[in-house]
Design a protein around this ligand. Sequence first.
Ligand code: BGC
Length: 760
Amino acid sequence: MSKLSSGSRLSPEPWLVRETGWQHGRQNHFATILALGNGTIGARSILEEAPQAATPGTFLAGVYDAAGSIVDDIVNLPNFFELRLFVDSQRLSPDGLRVAAHERILDMRRGVLSRRTVFLGGLQGRYELRTERFVSRAMPCIAVLRAWLTALEGDADLLVTGDFGLGAYNTEGDWEGHKRHYGIDEVATGPRSWMLARTPESGIRVGYAWTTSLDGRPVTEPVSVRLRKGRTVCVTRIVSAASSVDIVPPADLRRTCERGLAAALRRGVPRLLAGHERAWERLWDVSDVRIPGAPKLEHAARFSIYHLLACGTAWGTPAGIAAKSLSGEGYRGHSFWDTEIYTLPFYSFSQPAMARQLVRYRLDRLETAKRSAANRGFRGALFPWESGRTGVDVTPYFPLADRSLYVFDTGKYQHHITADVAYGLMTYLTVTGDDSVMRTGGLELLAETARFWASRVVFSKRSGRYEIKGAMGPDEYHPDVDNSVYTNFLARWNLEYAARMLSDFSTRDAVKGELLFARLRLTGAELAEWRYVASRIEKTNPGRAGIIEQFDGYFKRRDVPITKRNEHGMPAWPKGVKEDDAFKTQLNKQADVVLTMLMFPDRFTAEQKRKNFEYYDRRTLHVSTLSACMTALAGLEFGIKEYALRYFTPSLFTDLNDVQGTTDKGIHTASCGGNWQCLIRGFGGVAIRDGQLSISPRVPRAWKSLRYSLRWHGALLRVTARPGSVTVRNEGKAATEAILFGKPATLKPARALRVNAPGA
Ligand code: BGC
């Protein structure tokens, strides 16, 4: 048993993330990287005593409110992991006491955070505080904290209160000040305490029921005990937390929380912990990635996967996954295209039930997207660039000194999100084969998104082609441009895919097809129009060679070479250009054309891929964490390995090493998803070709092997990729077809098949 852990086992080092020594200035970095979550509850890991400079964050998925802020914020709720312990009349906290030793360990395998701190001060010198906490993976509403306190040098007086602060604030959005997004309706303290809160603008109810006990006795009011030297006391808190997003009718909320608490108390902490550990074990069984020859990379890969798992759930009302997951207030808890393009491949291949929730989140907001398109004078559905509770665009704006409002260009122009949402649906469908989503809104979503593009394009008499004007590709340094390559390619794909899926559906089942077409007021002529428009969209035919212009007029912008790199090996900002002036130059914030080539690999020749990759790499600053992972992936797929390795490592360590300096606001979830894609698609060689699974790994010699599992159409495939060979074991019940190193293969149930790379 480790010195740190009081009640339970620690997994070996490859599963641990450590904070060693108390670093006041870095506490918010650690609060993010050690965050706990089960997809329903997310908790930043600030210290239990909630030091003054810490940014707490306790979130319930889907609980948003806009009171006092310009748009939805994910609501920062009372921090139930806060403990109020006083020793010899002093609060046990680094704010008042000196810290002689401090260590925290997140055990990613078990989703458990442990701590050991030795404080100096007071009358009798040294006190040791050990804690262990988790947010249950087995019971989505339950959180558990245990703390053990020992007076190391002499007797001490300990005062424990059973409560925690009920006042939490949102702080994102400098110009808005601190916002309290809920009011407390009722509180009751006793052996089993509870509180009910309500968000003022969105009207969501939140309930907590909890107990705090000292050595097994409930703490109903402040309790003083004489702590004998060397003796340890244990404080336990069990919390049951839920919101009316999941619990309907809201009047049942208090009862549901109390029942959850009662069930948790009946089980007791050891069984709660064991159930929680088993649930994590089941997730890791499918989601873990092993790289025996590169332990540091394996550890960082696991870190990305841990945070993807910590914000995913198959339970409850579908909520989006925020750009910073449930680990911080950054981006106010909004969901972006990050979900569909960056994280959905992981969930679809690894945890399809979680993926389904994300698909449903968008399907449930289709009507809002239709209204949004109509409000802007378009047909069909326009999905919001930033999405929160309702699906209305919640991209922020802020007041300028002259009292006018500055609206972020991103929300005005990044219409590609609409096609990204459709693309995500395709990813889910292709990987899982679960076509029930198509019958319950998926086909409608495809039709309405295609309608949007058919009305969004304008016909140019000059070129005889359709153009998309006033758009913005993923590269956010260039707003309001015409014919962004990324946008145009996605729009074309959206139109073609919708036409194909809808016509296939009506061919397969004429009666149902007719009913669907009638309900959507869709005709064969409209499908033909989509196909016609798609085939004539500007800039979607890259020609034979040459550099593809990112948007009309890009080449005329000032060409500023990137010459220097920072300590992470990432490009340094070129001297003489202000960020606000980047739009006048060819400098890119993030990969744009390169990403297009990754998403449509068959539309470009190998020569085009290489030339364009090199051209745009010299102009891309990778200021967004969405960029390095995709560039590394492109490097691998396009056979430009030196670039792949240059970007893969900084991307993998984005949050562990705080490469962008923004980790204190939350985990960069898209980068976690991008890192997984780099590993599985890039090195693992997984691709989907004409709807079939293809695996052609590219494993560096030094790695020895890369091991991962995939869920494909219900089957569970265990893959061991080595330099020069791949072995796939099918643990499903039925045979599955796949293409291994280009050769069609049948993967029989309970059998392993090994195929060598050509020439190996
Ligand atoms: C990126 C966007 C991304 C957003 C949220 C921005 O910095 O440019 O592409 O969607 O962050 O992660």
